[in-house]
Structure formats: C-alpha cells, structure tokens
Design a protein around this ligand. Structure first.
Ligand SMILES: NC(=O)c1ccc[n+]([C@@H]2O[C@H](COP(=O)([O-])OP(=O)(O)OC[C@H]3O[C@@H](n4cnc5c(N)ncnc54)[C@H](OP(=O)(O)O)[C@@H]3O)[C@@H](O)[C@H]2O)c1
Length: 405
C-alpha cells in the first residue's frame, strides 16, 4: 500500500455510509471484551462474513465466522492472514493494550505504541487492497483518552492520541479512493481492560451496537458510551473538525471520475422519469425494478458485460444514484473493475433548461476500461437517454464500439 497523495487521491469520491448487513467485516481482538461483542453484533446485523482475529485459535458456532490468527506486532502473521481474505468491507481495528504507568520508563510508551499505533497501522496496510476494491470502511477503536489524556495511563493515552492522528490523516488520504475512516472515542467499558477501575462503565454489547450504529450513519467520530457522549455535542461543527477538513483540502485531488452532462427543454420530473426507465435507454437485458429505492437490477450484454446495481438514492426531480454491487467486464484484466463504483444522475433546473449531470464515480482514467466505458456512456447518456427525454424513444439497441458497456 502506498499512502502517497499521488496514488491515493484517485478521484474515486462519493463515499456512502456502510451497512453491516451483507458485508464482510474483520474484527481484531475478537476473543474477548469489545471485540467479541462486535463479532456478535455484526452477525446479528446480517454480516455475510465475519473474520474474527485473535492471537489464539478461536472457535465460533456460526458458519459465517472465519477465525484469523495474528499478533498485531507480527508482520508475517498479519500478511499470512491478509492473503486469506479476498473481499472485505469493514476493518475494525479493535485489539489494544493498556497498562498503568507513570511516564518514568520510556519502554511503557514504546510497548503501547507497538500495539495501539503500529499494530493497527500494519493491519490497515495489509488489508487496504480489498478495502479499496470494495470502497469500504476502517473503524479504529480508540479512546476518549486520545482527546483528554488519562494520567493514570499516560503511555496508553499517548498511543491512542497518536492513533487518532493517524485516523485523521488516513481519512484524508483515503477519501479519494472512497474508503471511509471512523474513529471511536470509547469511554469506560466493562471488560478486562478496565477491571481495576471502580467507575460506571458501559457494557461491551452496548458499545458494539453504538459503534456499528455510528458506522452505518457515516459518523466520522463515534462516541459510543455515556462518558464519551459528553464530547459529541457540537463535535461535527467544532473548530477541530473545521481545521481537520481544511487540512484535508491540502491533499492534491487525483484524476476525476468520468462525467458528462447535457441540458434539455423538459421539466426535472420528465427527466427523472426517463432516467428511471433504464430499459428505454441502456441496451442489453435488464432484470428487476429500476425505479424503486432499495431495489436491485441486473444488466447483461452478451457475455461481455454483467453488473448488478442497487438503487441507493431516488430523489424525485433531483437525483438518482446506483451502487454497483458486482460487475464483470470480459475484456479487462480486472473484470471486477466496476464493483463498488457508483453511478449518479444529478438533475438541476437552469435558465437554459434542465441539466442532467451523469457521473460514474470510480471510473477514472487510470482504469483499463476508462476509454471504452466512457465512450459507451457518452453514447447512452448523451444520445440515447437524451433522445428518450426529448423524442420519447432512446436508442438502446444501437451498439457503440465499447466492448460492451
Ligand atoms: N474497556 C475500556 O474501558 C476501553 C475504553 C476505551 C477504549 N478501549 C479500547 O477498546 C478496545 C478493546 O478493548 P477491550 O476493553 O475489549 O479490552 P480487552 O478485553 O483487554 O481486550 C483486548 C483485546 O486486544 C487483544 N490484543 C492485545 N494485544 C494484542 C496484540 N499484540 N495482538 C493481537 N491482539 C492483541 C487481546 O488479545 P488477547 O486476549 O490475546 O490478549 C484482546 O482480544 C481497545 O483498543 C481499547 O483500547 C477500551
């Protein structure tokens, strides 16, 4: 993985909140505490696969659970585990170490950093390729102590503050690839880690629920328990967040996704209806409803192009968005290149008429299919859809030399 802006900011923007249902989720530190609760919560929410990582062999009765064996400080073990994971939507960096110290011994800081900073960093690097393919999410389980140091565990606080900083930079650097980064600012939770503290604690189950609620809402920072919740009000509109966003703007933008637009003398409602009449303008065999939020439809053109789209946004007269759940293009070395991309139609009333802006978010010039796919879209949007809107009939059956889009 390279995290340099040149390769990270590919212009694959358009991130959506993640849903746990039907996702592949990896949880580190899955054998006890919050990690164990996260595994159960992911299963309860309908995860397709849960990779449960631990340092010791772990057995789970649910067949959706795949145990992985690695120590966060062992690069070879992490690599071997990563080689077993082909597809991943959510990586939860939960495993962590905490012990009391008084800053008298630098080794305490080093030991905390080795697990809580470098450990999570190594796991993130190893699993980033499948997360990038799925335009997935990284969830870093940190601590409220990252924001307000806890002087009983200063070395731990230092490591969590460092991991928070890492989360902020990763968020900016990976946004261009559509990978979201969530930072969980956990407060006292009733696990082995806080056994010695006689204070009110949240249950690991409640914390696990709140973490996935936050991920599904798309919250960048998640405050999953009563103590940390005190930090939540105003957080998103606060000065720290504003400066983080300003700093993120320093990351150079990468190549833009394919986009094309046209303007017609029709109402936004007419344009919206025509876009949703997908069979009227896109060639090939289409199965399933194309005009209902949450519906899925498949597209197939001979053996060349197959894809399955979920309708993720349907705002009458304003916007249509599809998420490509799986794609297959026979003529590219990476046939799944469309998988995880988004296709959006923005409809705007202008003085000149109604503008339709089409964007295939994630189809960027570095993709092998960019030339043929963008020329095919150019035809289907600029000619076929436009004709359907203005003349009542598209040209879905006229092929372009696209290789099949
Ligand atoms: N509990 C709290 O009050 C609290 C508050 C704020 C934040 N947090 C954070 O929440 C996360 C989960 O903590 P928890 O409360 O569930 O703690 P826990 O019950 O002590 O569990 C810690 C987990 O991390 C694993 N782990 C530790 N070092 C590891 C290493 N080098 N390689 C692989 N795995 C390692 C442990 O594995 P083993 O079983 O093999 O040791 C265990 O599964 C941590 O990141 C922690 O910092 C907890």
């Amino acid at each position: 993985m390279s995290m340099s802006p040149a390769t990270q900011a590919t212009g694959k923007t358009g991130t959506r909140p993640t849903t746990i249902a039907n996702s592949a989720v990896l949880v580190t530190g899955a054998n006890r505490g919050i990690g164990q609760a996260l595994v159960e919560e992911a299963l309860a929410r309908g995860a397709r696969r849960v990779y449960a990582s631990a340092r010791q062999p772990l057995a789970h009765p649910d067949s959706r659970v795949t145990p992985l064996l690695f120590d966060l400080t062992d690069a070879a073990q992490i690599q071997a585990a990563a080689a077993r994971v082909e597809s991943l939507d959510v990586l939860v960096n939960n495993a962590g170490l905490a012990f009391y110290d008084d800053l008298s011994d630098p080794a305490a800081i080093e030991r905390h950093l080795a697990v809580n900073l470098f450990g999570g960093y190594a796991v993130t690097r190893a699993f980033l390729p499948p997360l990038t393919r799925s335009r997935g999410a990284i969830v870093n389980v940190l601590s409220a102590g990252a924001l307000a140091a806890i002087p009983l565990i200063p070395a731990y606080s230092i490591s969590k503050a460092a991991a928070f900083s890492l989360s902020q930079s990763l968020r900016a650097l990976l946004a261009g690839q559509g990978v979201r980064v969530h930072a969980v600012m956990t407060g006292p939770t009733d696990t082995d880690m806080s056994r010695g503290l006689d204070i009110p604690k949240a249950s690991p189950q409640a914390v696990a629920r709140a973490i996935f609620d936050g991920v599904e809402r798309g919250d960048e920072e998640i405050f999953p328990d009563p103590l940390s919740a005190a930090l939540a009000p105003g957080w998103n509109d606060g000065a720290v967040k504003a400066m983080e966003r300003q700093n993120a703007g320093l990351v150079p933008a990468g190549p833009a996704s394919f986009t094309t637009a046209f303007t017609v003398d029709r109402t936004p409602a007419e344009v919206f209806a025509a876009i949703n009449d997908v069979r009227g303008w896109w060639s090939g065999e289409i199965e399933g409803r194309t005009d209902q939020l949450g519906a899925q439809f498949t597209y197939r053109y001979q053996d060349v192009h197959r894809s399955r789209q979920a309708i993720t946004e349907l705002v009458p007269g304003r916007r249509v968005a599809w998420h490509v759940l799986d794609g297959y293009l026979s003529f590219t070395a990476d046939p799944a290149g469309w998988t995880g991309t988004d296709i959006t139609f923005d409809i705007t009333a202008t003085e000149a008429g109604t503008e339709v802006r089409f964007t295939h978010v994630g189809l960027v010039p570095e993709d092998e299919c960019f030339d043929s796919c963008s020329s095919a879209w150019g035809f289907y949007i600029g000619t076929s859809l436009r004709n359907l809107i203005t003349e009542g009939a598209g040209q879905p059956h006229e092929r372009v030399t696209s290789g099949g889009s």
